[in-house]
Design a protein around this ligand. Structure first.
Ligand SMILES: Nc1ncnc2c1ncn2[C@@H]1O[C@H](COP(=O)(O)OP(=O)(O)O)[C@@H](O)[C@H]1O
Ligand SMILES: [Mg+2]
Length: 371
């Protein structure tokens, strides 16, 4: 790698598999921990009766976090609001982060039918960017240091070359089956970022592909792993270690970094799901006691599937017709379960405790105990 110059297209990017020990003792040890944490997350997810409670909400954290890594700054709060209202008045960054969620969701719907490929990457990147995206055909893409503006990496050039490199990346993901899937994911993520097939959106596309890959491998059921959390908290290492694979062939540290990211965020997400379960239990008790005439489990559940709930959501869910639905939501507000708000033209009833749980690091949220 003596021939690596950050200012020149890295056309000599080696094909996979790496020429390095990718199954060192340290890597395999970490891999076991990551696998265990992921297995626990998968189980925890299955304990929530309505999977849409998780599918509709936790990926918004990932969308916010992964976009933040690329300096597209919004809040999870605004994302939830946008999910409920789709208000066109919303700022551009929130819309862009929301498209990340859409790309993740669409990819998830497709993950079992279509294994990850170059096509998946193009599709994901298009959805994130909201415009047509193709594999780069023209030179000029380079990665710069945010603070100094210096070029830190120039990816390979030439559309044919990029297609070939992506072909090798794809074959490695699917054919190298004797290597643990988590190690393969770490390696493939570096390679994808090093190829950098698009003019923009590579980081976010690559991070979505990681989740889709885990789903495709059957290691994750629904797209709830909040992997970007670890990357935000260790962003300097993320950049440094990507660079060190290129400049020093330092695969071991990079792979361990990614395995740690999986382990830690799987644990984080498992705890969050436990918090959701507890809160749903306490919500059922609270509404049952405070408004027995209105209480129905489907109604309480709906306020978790749609934390910004509207009258039409109740109607669509077949819980009540309009007038009764409106009455129910008023009662749920009167007892302090939901918080009514008017956002634009929308009348919304917000499950504020659930939102707080989703956005907070804390997990022990509850509704007041009756009596
Ligand atoms: N030295 C490097 N080599 C290869 N990829 C890198 C390097 N440093 C950072 N990256 C990747 O590039 C991404 C940023 O590329 P970009 O196309 O702007 O993605 P996005 O638009 O999603 O921000 C980072 O998130 C990271 O994954
Ligand atoms: Mg970018």
């Amino acid at each position: 790698m003596a021939n690596f110059d950050p200012k020149l297209p890295y056309n000599a990017l080696p094909d996979l598999p790496p020429h390095a020990d990718i199954e060192s003792k340290a890597i395999l040890k970490k891999c076991i921990l990551a696998r265990a944490a992921l297995a626990e997350l998968k189980q925890a997810g299955e304990l929530i009766p309505n999977q849409n409670v998780l599918i509709n909400t936790i990926p918004l954290r990932e969308a916010q976090g992964s976009s933040q890594i690329e300096n597209i700054i919004t809040t999870t709060d605004r994302l939830y609001e946008f999910a409920a209202t789709e208000s066109q008045a919303m700022d551009a960054n929130t819309k862009e982060a929301f498209r990340y969620r859409t790309a993740l969701y669409q990819g998830y719907k497709d993950a079992h039918r279509h294994p990850i490929s170059t096509r998946t990457a193009v599709q994901v990147c298009r959805t994130i960017k909201g415009v047509e995206m193709e594999i780069r055909a023209t030179p000029g893409t380079a990665l710069r240091n945010d603070a100094t503006g210096d070029i830190i990496y120039t990816p390979p050039e030439g559309q044919d070359r990029l297609h070939n490199q992506l072909g090798n990346w794809e074959r490695f993901i699917h054919n190298e089956t004797e290597v643990d899937p988590l190690i393969r994911m770490a390696i493939a993520h570096y390679q994808f970022e090093a190829i950098h097939p698009f003019t923009d959106g590579n980081g976010r596309t690559g991070r979505i592909l990681n989740i889709l890959y885990l789903i495709g491998e059957g290691l994750l059921e629904i797209p709830v792993l909040y992997l970007s959390r670890h990357i935000i908290e260790n962003k300097d290492d993320y950049y440094r270690l990507l660079m060190e694979v290129t400049a020093k062939n330092n695969w071991e540290e990079w792979i361990i970094y990614m395995l740690s990211a999986i382990e830690e965020t799987a644990k984080w997400t498992t705890n969050k799901i436990r918090g959701v379960r507890n809160l749903m239990g306490s919500a059922n008790e609270f509404v049952h006691q405070a408004a027995p005439g209105v209480f129905r489990q489907e109604l309480v559940e709906l306020t978790f599937v749609q934390p910004y709930c509207r009258i039409s959501d109740l109607v669509d869910a077949g819980i009540a017709e309009r007038r009764t639905a409106s009455k129910y939501l008023k009662i749920l507000s009167d007892i302090g379960y939901l918080h009514p708000a008017k956002i634009g033209r929308d009348k919304l009833f917000i499950n504020t405790r659930f939102l707080a749980l989703l956005m907070d690091e804390e997990n022990d949220y509850e509704f007041p105990r009756p009596g």
